[in-house]
Design a protein around this ligand. Structure first.
Ligand code: M6R
Length: 596
């Protein structure tokens, strides 16, 4: 059982405001749950973590319905404590179901939507665990991945999936459910990714899968390529720092997979060249950091491929009245492949007849399953809630795709493509140079983190870098930070600037450099504290900056976001560390936002 708690701890990044465990002990359901982190739970249950507990479900929560307190933590029990359930997702019709169940005499112990599921199972149970779950899922609207145990069936663990990830792990004389691969890696690499509308029944030696309409289905066992160490800190103080440092390696791997002998090839792209050749418009959608990666891509897709590219956050995109023309392509970007809004955006776009290409870091994820084509990012498991290596892997993969598309469309010459590929192949080494400056960045971050708020300014392709720099800083250090296109500053945000504010100016020597220098002058004239991300050898902007991190100058100005990102990630990391924040698990957040 303590191994199961370790497994849960490997999923803590998915939510960490409360947690709990339910297991079968001496014919009864043992339940322990509490607000706070898994280590606190581990202490409380250490006397129960014996081998007497052979079957259990564990959950770590990111609150949707009801505060993160003991009552609302999962697992949840029915009235007679015959069943226990853990659930990810949202039951949209829970209020109606709850009223009906209360009317029929059921007693509720929490404010959660989840609890209706276990009371429905109790209501429908007439001796068959499977039948009770089938009848229950038929009543549920919304998204769910559930795992259920029952004291009537001490040999069975049963789960169902609709809209939230659920994976079966196949071990030796033991089987598992998990919502993500890292939890399974120490036990097994053999997995089945359940599809929506599927139920799985696990015993020690068997896995049976059937549909919500009770039709038996074949198991589709896949082998996971990741190693258990890939999801560990490997001596770093935080996952975030480890992941920042992994970026050069990730880019090297990506380059060698997708560019062999100077030829670009994407094995899972699945689009015919004739389709790609005629693309005129690309819609891009994603959330958070992935949205910023898409924003960077918008600039170079327009520049290299002669297409119109428009970008929107998925939460807005899914509700827009889109004017999709035949041949339009949607690019969606997601580390997890489980972000609810991004998935909904894909579904909506495809329903209207468009094709979707996903840039995704998790094979077997919902997004991968639901897209027409895939470019798999090779970032490896990203555990820190703040996305770092996934971001640069997304941008890098998209650069390679844009060059491939430009080749098909003949919007760039072979020489132009080759020159950009040459420079892309060197980015990993340039990133290393920036990583080597961590002591300098730490000193600047310590100094600047005392300031009350931050404005991140950039122009052109580094405007999204400014958005991403601000997001990174605010999400892990809680210092208010805004990203702005520098040219917009005098239309409002300049009012913020005084000697107590910090302004991060991203000003590599590109076609907008002179404009950035003017904006920096305006900041200095108002006594703002300037931290510049500038190229080596910079003269003018350096004179205006209180502190500078120098990054290599690139011939192709469109590639600089891959270097700027590293400097700003380190800056956010050290600022948060200086303040003493919980860097890998910042408050109120979860790694994967599987609800709308
Ligand atoms: O898994 P996804 O890439 O779809 O996640 C999208 C965002 O939730 C994610 O990038 C979030 O903004 C990160 N915490 C940012 O560091």
């Amino acid at each position: 059982m303590s191994a199961l708690v370790d497994g849960l701890a490997r999923l803590e990044y998915r939510g960490y405001d409360s947690c709990g465990i339910a297991g079968l002990e001496n014919g009864k359901i043992f339940l322990k749950k509490r607000p706070g982190k898994i280590n606190q739970l581990r202490e409380e249950i250490k006397n129960h973590l014996s081998d007497k507990l052979l079957l259990g479900i564990l959950h770590t929560r990111w609150a949707t319905h009801g505060k993160p307190n003991q009552a609302n933590a999962h697992p949840h029990l029915d009235c007679h404590h015959d069943f226990a359930i853990a659930h990810n997702g949202i039951i949209e019709n829970y209020l109606k179901l709850k009223d009906e169940l209360i009317g029929a005499g059921h007693k509720f112990a929490s404010e959660t939507d989840t609890e209706v599921i276990v009371h429905l199972i109790e209501k429908f149970y007439k001796g068959s665990f499977e039948e009770a779950l089938i009848k229950t899922v038929a009543k549920l609207e919304g998204s769910f991945a559930v795992a259920v145990i029952s004291r009537y069936h001490p040999e069975k663990l049963i789960g169902a999936r609709k809209g939230s990830p659920l994976i079966v792990g196949i071990g030796k004389n033991e089987n598992f459910f998990a919502s993500d691969i890292p939890a399974l890696l120490p036990f097994t690499k053999k997995v089945i990714y359940l599809n929506d509308g599927e139920i799985a029944v696990l015993t020690r030696n068997n896995v049976n899968i059937f549909s919500f309409s009770a039709k038996p289905l074949k198991s589709r066992i896949e082998k996971v390529k990741l190693k258990a160490e890939d999801a560990q800190k490997k001596g770093y103080e935080h996952f975030m720092l480890k992941e920042i440092n992994e970026q050069p390696e990730v880019l090297k791997k990506t380059f060698s997979l997708y560019c062999k002998n100077n030829k670009l090839n994407f094995p899972d792209l699945s689009f015919r060249p004739s389709y790609l050749k005629n693309i005129k418009k690309i819609f891009i959608t994603a959330c958070g950091t992935a949205y910023h990666a898409g924003y960077v891509a918008k600039y170079f897709l327009e520049q290299y491929c002669g297409v119109d590219a428009e970008i929107d956050t998925s939460s807005e995109f899914r509700y827009r009245k889109l004017n999709i023309k035949q041949g339009d392509l949607l690019i969606t970007i997601s580390q997890s492949g489980e972000t609810a809004d991004t998935l909904a955006a894909v579904r909506e776009f495809r329903r209207k007849g468009g094709k979707a290409l996903s840039i995704c870091n998790v094979l077997g994820s919902s997004l991968v399953k639901e897209s027409d084509g895939l470019i798999y990012t090779l970032a490896g498991p990203e555990i820190g809630v703040a996305s770092t290596k996934a971001y640069t892997a997304q941008i890098f993969s998209l650069y390679l795709f844009a060059l491939y598309l430009a080749g098909i469309k003949k919007s760039l010459t072979k020489n132009q493509i080759q020159a950009t590929l040459n420079e892309l192949s060197k980015i990993a080494d340039y990133q290393k140079e920036i990583l080597d400056k961590c002591v300098q960045v730490q000193r600047i971050a310590n100094k600047f983190s005392k300031l009350g708020s931050f404005l991140f300014l950039g122009r052109g392709i580094n405007y999204p870098s400014a958005l991403e720099g601000a997001l990174k800083l605010k999400e892990i250090s809680y210092i208010p930070a805004e990203g702005y296109p520098a040219g917009e500053m005098k239309h409002g945000p300049i009012a913020l600037i005084d000697e107590y504010r910090a302004v991060v100016c991203i000003a590599p020597r590109d076609n907008l450099y002179e404009k950035m220098v003017s904006n920096m002058q305006e900041v200095k004239a108002r006594r703002g504290n300037v931290f510049g991300i500038l190229n080596y050898g910079d003269k003018e902007a350096s004179l205006l900056a209180d502190e500078v991190i120098h990054i290599p100058h690139l011939k192709n100005q469109f590639l600089s976001p891959l270097l700027v990102a590293v400097a700003l990630q380190l800056f956010a990391y050290y600022a948060a560390k200086h303040i003493g924040c919980d860097i890998d698990q910042p408050r109120n957040l979860a790694k994967s936002v599987t609800v709308e």
